[in-house]
Design a protein around this ligand. Structure first.
Ligand code: BGC
Length: 742
């Protein structure tokens, strides 16, 4: 629709009609039985029937037929026949589920993340959806927080590259085109900094840390043209995000230049009352609209109060017009005025969803996201050996995350299914060995979903714990190698899934110990939504492979790696702590005045008495089946003027016997500055695929922007002085050089 016509439409709308556009309800208000997914607390909303009829958007319902029907009914009733927006959490795939986002971070391959987003968009669009609440770009440092699985990790640079690629993947150049959906970056802002890793907790961040570490990925998403941003549940500077005018108007709109739709998180506007910020829902509505939040997701704050606030002269109708304008513009960008059903097409759903091409991409991503933490020559598997699979993930199809709400476990390929395709039947055995969880473990949330019922069934497995264990021990005795697929249940990570202990469930550890007593040749394959405490596993197992929650084609992807069809190239996007007491632990920390280092003599250094300072496995770490030699760093100059650049290069050589891929990472430190700077920061990376004996030069151009930060006076720029550069295959590489910025 032309701009003038859209303006005319807005002018013609009544106040009530406008306010209706600002309400978003769950799909099951419309039809309780059709593919409606519950993703938040079922609050007593107090929404009248009229509001339900006229709400401008719905979330959590999909399916071409159902959405076409809802759209038709809605438009017939809507006074100006304005189409409705359909939104959904398509987080890591629609029906073809890709590895969870943290696993995608491990690929260090933004292009691949972009391709997965593009594919998810195709499946979502033909299912009738217009907007996905993805990507989640919150920086995460604390493994206790259950939502780390939804992020691409602890590094602002990696997160920014991933955010950008995914936004482009979902939206393409024009979100109105076939197969595209509008992306939504979330949760603005600082949600990943929840104090003590407890979900919904406040974020305690200095403004400098907030801006330099937490904001860049959101900014990258905005710069990539994202159409929507979602507020976060937490407070920022002690004010809830959804009513935080400074955050939404000054930073998001003014500084970042975001012009799209700002939606609240689920009931987040009304929750500002519980925060102790808004006196009541009326005040909450006023605070949120003043902050420029366009859509109220699943609360009645706007629908109950905005009209009254305007009539009482407490808010200017112009504020409402601004919000509705942005909503109408989004509908227009999606082409809904011309075609309100957009790509909803049952035939295409049949053809595209879970098609071979999509499954192949999911398999590629699952294999590329695997991170090999340890390997004492036992991997790739020797197929002539007798192999026993023992662990509750052996034949488990629940390998998509709790945020794969549109996905179906039944579509997944388990490890056993994949193994049976490639391993000698006579030489291989399969058993569970234990239940997934200790029988007394309580999992809150998602109770009403079928998926949690499956999990319950699992814990009530008919076999007794003893018989499961005995079966595994016997199999381990008879085997040369024991592959142990262990880990967290998928219901232990995700929203509201914080854990104070980041252990593998005890019942599985008992299995591991018993197996280790009879067979030392153990390969642990770890299924998890977060970094776990792997001290014992990593000490006793011969190999440890992190498979994360790898998605629909997880079994195939993991078996490709175990058999050596794919050489592992994933690198940790988030540190694996030594133990939970280190959390939050991350590589780009500040030094202290009393830094501890190997050989430190003084007693009064910054360290723990009982555990190391370093995580068990650092950011950027990961092994390959081949070996690589990285030459010393060579700089083309050792002095750099403000307008100049330094080129840093290394030569990488595959010194092993297999083709393989190394992730070359560039880190920089500003040695002394007007404010303290991190001990090192990732500023670039490149994946290099090399044949045995092959070598390649990798170079990075270091310019002034890479050296810039928020200086003591608040301005952004670099400062003269000494800089250290490292190029290697992990954040703790010592392969360095120095230059001076004049
Ligand atoms: C989550 C969001 C999600 C929304 C809608 C909320 O509980 O925090 O990430 O997009 O629900 O499902």
């Amino acid at each position: 629709m032309e701009k003038e016509k859209l303006e005319q439409l807005l002018n013609d709308m009544s106040l009530q009609e406008k306010i209706d556009q600002m309400l978003q309800l769950r799909g099951n208000f419309y039809q309780m039985d059709v593919n409606a997914v519950l993703t938040g607390p079922a609050a007593q909303l107090g929404i009248g029937e009229k509001d339900v009829d006229m709400a401008g958007s719905i979330l959590g319902t999909y399916g071409a037929e159902a959405l076409k029907k809802i759209q038709k009914n809605y438009m017939e009733k809507q006074p100006h026949h304005i189409p409705m927006l359909f939104m959904m959490d398509v987080i890591h795939g629609m029906k073809t589920i890709f590895p969870m986002p943290l696993a995608m971070g491990a690929t260090f391959e933004p292009k691949l993340a972009g391709r997965c987003a593009e594919t998810a968009a195709k499946e979502a669009a033909c299912s009738g959806l217009h907007v996905t609440f993805s990507p989640m770009v919150d920086l995460v440092r604390d493994a206790r927080w259950g939502r780390v699985m939804e992020s691409t990790g602890e590094d602002p640079y990696l997160n920014s590259r991933m955010a950008q690629a995914q936004v482009k993947g979902f939206q393409g150049e024009d979100m109105g085109e076939e197969g595209k959906v509008c992306a939504c970056i979330k949760h603005f802002a600082g949600y990943g900094a929840a104090v003590a890793g407890r979900d919904y907790n406040g974020a305690e961040l200095t403004e400098r840390t907030f801006r330099q570490y937490y904001l860049p990925a959101y900014r990258a998403g905005v710069e990539a043209g994202v159409g929507m941003v979602m507020t976060s549940f937490n407070t920022v500077n002690d004010i809830p995000a959804s009513t935080n005018k400074w955050l939404m108007r000054d930073i998001l709109r003014e500084e970042m230049g975001f012009e799209g739709v700002l939606i609240s998180d689920y009931a987040a506007i009304s929750e500002t009352v519980a925060h102790g910020y808004s006196a009541d829902k009326r005040a909450a509505a006023r605070g949120a609209v003043e902050a420029g939040v366009d859509i109220d997701m699943m609360s009645s704050c706007y629908s109950e109060n905005l009209a009254e606030l305007v009539r009482a002269g407490e808010i200017d109708e112009k504020l409402i017009d601004e919000c509705v304008w942005r909503i109408l513009e989004l509908k227009n960008k999606l082409g809904l005025f011309e075609n309100p059903y957009k790509d909803a097409d049952p035939e295409k759903e049949n053809k595209l969803i879970l098609c071979d091409e999509h499954r192949a991409l999911a398999r590629e991503a699952a294999a590329k996201s695997c991170v090999l933490l340890k390997n004492e020559g036992i991997l790739p598997l020797d197929r002539k050996k007798r192999i026993a699979f023992a662990g509750p993930y052996t034949n488990c199809k629940e390998i998509i995350s709790s945020w794969a709400v549109t996905g179906d476990a039944k579509d997944c390929v388990s490890m056993e299914e994949a193994a049976r395709e490639v391993l000698e039947e006579a030489l291989t055995s399969y058993c569970e060995g234990s239940t997934m969880l200790n029988r007394d473990t309580k999992l809150a949330g998602f109770e009403s979903t079928n998926r949690s019922q499956n999990d319950q069934k699992d814990t009530q497995n008919e076999k007794t714990e003893e018989s499961l264990l005995a079966e595994a021990v016997q199999a381990a005795r008879e085997a040369d190698i024991v592959v142990m697929p262990l880990g967290e249940s998928f219901l232990q990570s995700g929203e509201a899934k914080s854990r104070a202990m980041i252990d593998i469930p005890d019942v599985q550890m008992q299995l591991f110990r018993k197996v280790a007593e009879v067979n030392p040749n153990i390969v642990v394959v770890l299924f998890t939504g977060r970094p776990l405490d792997l001290r014992e596993i990593s000490e006793k197992a011969k190999a440890v492979l992190v498979a994360w929650l790898p998605g629909t084609e997880g079994g195939h992807g993991v078996m490709d790696v175990l058999t050596g069809k794919v050489n592992p190239s994933g690198r940790l996007p988030m540190s694996f702590p030594y133990c939970v007491g280190q959390c939050p632990v991350y590589y780009n920390e500040f030094s202290t005045g009393r830094p501890w280092h190997e050989g430190s003599k003084g007693l009064f250094t910054s360290r723990y008495l009982d555990v190391p300072n370093k995580p068990l496995y650092s950011f950027g770490y990961g092994l390959s089946y081949t070996t690589f030699a990285i030459s010393p760093v060579v700089l083309d100059r050792t002095e750099m003027g403000a307008e100049e650049a330094v080129t840093a290069k290394v030569t990488v050589k595959n010194t092993g016997a297999m083709p393989g891929t190394e992730v070359i990472q560039l880190y920089i430190r500003d040695v002394a500055a007007s404010v303290v700077r991190p001990v090192r920061e990732l500023k670039g990376f490149e994946k290099v695929e090399l044949m045995p004996g092959e070598e390649r030069e990798v170079s990075f151009r270091i310019d002034d922007e890479m050296l810039s930060f928020i200086r003591a006076d608040g301005t952004v720029g670099s400062e003269p002085g000494l800089f250290r550069v490292w190029i290697g295959n992990c954040s703790d590489t010592e392969n360095g050089a120095e230059f001076v910025r004049k």
